[in-house]
Design a protein around this ligand. Structure first.
Ligand SMILES: NC(=O)c1ccc[n+]([C@@H]2O[C@H](COP(=O)([O-])OP(=O)(O)OC[C@H]3O[C@@H](n4cnc5c(N)ncnc54)[C@H](OP(=O)(O)O)[C@@H]3O)[C@@H](O)[C@H]2O)c1
Length: 293
């Protein structure tokens, strides 16, 4: 039995499907069982719980062989934050794995580091460290930015104006990976115990600026209008002032500012040399698949 915390999310739902297709039994941890309705099936159980609530995790992890963490607290609400979810919640999942004598697979971020400008990356690093010190057999899968998430954000913000919204200048190159490729690697990490003790880093074939990504999304929709931009000074005000009243908005503005200038490039060569069968899906392919569906 595999417990997938975050199994209702963009990545987690793909991981659940892949594990089920492999014939494994899966338990999905969610705060709201209604969110897991689309995953229902004879080999899928749903456990209601919250990574901030240790007792709920002990129940959910009972009898489990591997615990997968695909959660994050970047977008709230309220006290759901990188500190409470990505750092402390993951530490709770590590403890629950230990109590159940289960292995642990942690989904983290490329660039996770103790001194990162991005709070999320610092909290992911803390979780990686906690898992490493715990003695629980752990595989870390670090991923770059999910292409499908950013395509969706650009499409949504284009709305009626037909012009997507880019936070900041949008001229910083960022590595984007297709979430399906990440799910493939997470499946491998769950089922291949020789990966324990390793950190596997996955990215996509291209480093693109948000401006370039917006242009590609526009072209795929048959539009030519350029993106609108939220200027950096406005993001700073949002991070500092609005963030006092609405912490999750402040966090998102701070993350957008960091994303506009941090080094977020990535070389996907090493992971594909280590796992030649792993898919490497291009932006063009993701956009073409969307058009067909
Ligand atoms: N998005 C990216 O660009 C990106 C890049 C690199 C790495 N990652 C990592 O990949 C993983 C999946 O990201 P995603 O974008 O697919 O996530 P997502 O679609 O935003 O889903 C987030 C998941 O976290 C769960 N969650 C949040 N707070 C929770 C809590 N307190 N207790 C239990 N579950 C909680 C949610 O479950 P319920 O709402 O059902 O409770 C949901 O399933 C995360 O670890 C993320 O940090 C993401």
């Amino acid at each position: 039995m595999i417990l997938v915390a975050g199994g209702t999310g963009r990545l987690g739902a793909l991981v659940v499907r892949r594990l089920v297709e492999r014939g494994l039994d899966v338990r999905v941890l969610t705060r709201d069982p209604a969110r897991a309705a689309g995953l229902a099936g004879p080999s899928v159980e749903v456990a209601q719980g919250d990574v901030r609530d240790r007792a709920s995790l002990e129940r959910a992890a009972a009898g489990v062989d591997v615990v997968v963490s695909a959660v994050h607290g970047l977008v709230g609400p309220r006290a759901n934050s990188p500190a409470t979810v990505d750092r402390d919640g993951n530490a709770n999942l590590v403890d629950a794995s230990k109590a159940a004598a289960a292995d642990f697979v942690l989904v983290s971020t490329v660039g996770a580091a103790p001194d990162s400008a991005m709070e999320l990356f610092r909290m992911k690093y803390a979780a990686e460290q906690y898992a490493a010190a715990s003695g629980v057999p752990t595989t870390v899968v670090r991923a770059s930015a999910f292409m499908e998430l950013w395509i969706e954000l650009l499409r949504q913000t284009a709305g009626r104006s037909g012009r997507p919204l880019v936070f900041g200048r949008g001229e910083n190159p960022v590595n984007f990976v297709s979430v399906g490729d990440v799910a493939e690697l997470v499946e491998r990490a769950v089922t291949d115990r020789t990966t324990r003790g390793q950190t596997l880093e996955i990215g996509g074939p291209e480093d693109l600026t948000l401006r370039q990504l917006a242009e590609a999304v526009q072209a795929a929709a048959g539009r030519t209008a350029g993106a609108r931009h939220v200027p950096r000074p406005m993001l700073r005000v949002m991070a500092q002032t609005v963030g006092r009243v609405k912490p999750q908005l402040g966090r998102q503005a701070a993350a957008a500012l960091a994303m506009d200038r941090m080094d977020l490039t990535f070389d996907a060569g090493p992971i594909h040399r280590a796992y030649p069968e792993l898919s490497m899906t291009s932006l063009a392919k993701v956009l073409a698949n969307d058009e067909r569906s």
